[in-house]
Design a protein around this ligand. Structure first.
Ligand code: PAP
Length: 355
């Protein structure tokens, strides 16, 4: 009798490379390519590094995605708190449909299912284009694409863009953990130093990290009615304030009755790390992109980089931040006094002050 074989391991879409059209293969082979550290390879396209499979999705959505004025697009660099903001956006803009907190879709679906990535989840099949016409407005999508690579229709439709950024050091540490989850069982963790070097050189999914932030920061200054800029650290520090800000920006401010009934706190509780990470759906279960849902919930904290990066190492990203954001108007986002890294060095603020 044959011994039952375990099912083949699900290969995350980050690592898939074989579903490309000839046209995409030709374009990709003409691009600068480096060995990746999250995906196998990264290709420099329109100034930013993209994983092979995201390239296919990016090209397809650039060609075919028709944004509507009522759409909402969440944009992040990987590991900036995308999952959290997806949950918050869904709970916020669809709140009138889900008044019973016991039957909310976020209790049974991972936020990435409710707010799919354009280039990772929506435009994945090179044979069949998705039919997005039946989705109820406002349609919610997300992307890691930089501003320069957004589909033209996003820039011209007047749809709302919500940009979330995070301290590069925390985003890096989070991405390094995520990358390790993608590695074949038994192959151990990838080299932190090697990944850090690549990240600082800009060679990271949707990197250079800093240029990604700057592109959207400038856009939010130019078109404040269409683009809002949010920082993970500020959202952690004053979530209710930023949720109200977001609601106003999206044209669905909280009414006095909702304020009285604690709707703001209800949304924040539902979307909190503690709540989402403890739901069955997020403890087990797998996304269509091949990732386990629990890979998107690790610590959800500010400053975890202190447990991984030495004082010497952090000089690098901090000086890049200082140099790149100088004169941009981006302000210090988070101040914590007396936080020491494991070398005893006090970091007076997490993100940096830009002037
Ligand atoms: P993505 O960009 O690949 O979709 P993203 O959701 O940005 O991933 O990254 C996950 C990070 O958000 C994790 O951070 P950490 O590794 O530093 O812990 C994850 O823990 C954090 N996260 C997920 N959900 C929440 C939440 N509800 N509140 C705060 N942080 C969260």
């Amino acid at each position: 009798m044959k011994t039952p074989q375990p099912p083949p391991p699900v290969v995350s879409r980050y690592l898939q490379e074989n579903e490309l059209s000839q046209e995409d293969k030709d374009l990709i082979s003409s691009l600068p390519t480096e060995k990746g550290w999250v995906a196998n390879y990264l290709h420099k396209y329109q100034g930013f590094w993209q994983a092979t499979t995201h390239m296919q999705g990016a090209l397809a959505c650039q060609k075919h995605f028709q944004a509507l004025e009522s759409d909402i697009l969440l944009v992040t660099t990987p590991k900036s708190g995308t999952t959290w903001l997806k949950a918050i956006l869904f709970a916020l803009v669809k709140r009138e449909h889900y008044l019973d907190p016991q039957r909310h879709p976020l209790l049974t679906e991972n936020p990435h299912v409710l707010v799919p990535f354009l280039e990772i989840d929506v435009y994945t099949d090179i044979q069949v284009l998705p039919d997005l016409s039946s989705l109820a407005p406002p349609r919610l999508f997300s992307t890691h694409l930089p501003y320069s690579s957004l589909p033209d229709s996003v820039k011209h439709s007047g749809c709302k863009v919500v940009y979330l950024c995070r301290d590069p050091k925390d985003a890096f540490v989070s991405l390094w953990h995520f990358a390790n989850k993608l590695r074949p069982v038994g192959s151990g963790a990838s080299s932190l130093a090697d990944a850090f070097d690549k990240f600082c050189r800009g060679v990271s999914v949707s990197g250079p990290f800093w240029d990604h932030i700057l592109g959207f920061w400038k856009e939010s200054l130019k078109r404040p009615e269409s683009a809002i800029f949010i920082k993970f650290e500020e959202m952690k520090e004053e979530p209710a304030l930023h949720l109200r800000r977001l609601a106003k920006f999206l044209g669905c401010p909280f009414s006095p009755e909702e304020e009285t009934h604690g709707v703001v706190d209800g949304i924040l509780r539902l979307c909190s790390f503690e709540n989402l990470s403890n739901l069955d759906v997020n403890k087990s279960g797998i996304l269509s992109s091949g990732m386990e849902n629990n890979a998107f919930f690790r610590k959800g904290e500010v400053g975890d980089w202190m447990n991984y990066l030495t004082t010497e190492m952090v000089k690098k990203p901090d000086s890049i931040t200082q140099e790149k954001f100088h004169g941009s108007g981006l302000k210090r986002v988070y101040s914590i006094e007396n936080l020491r890294d494991f070398n005893g060095f006090i970091h007076p603020w997490i993100f940096m002050e830009f002037n």
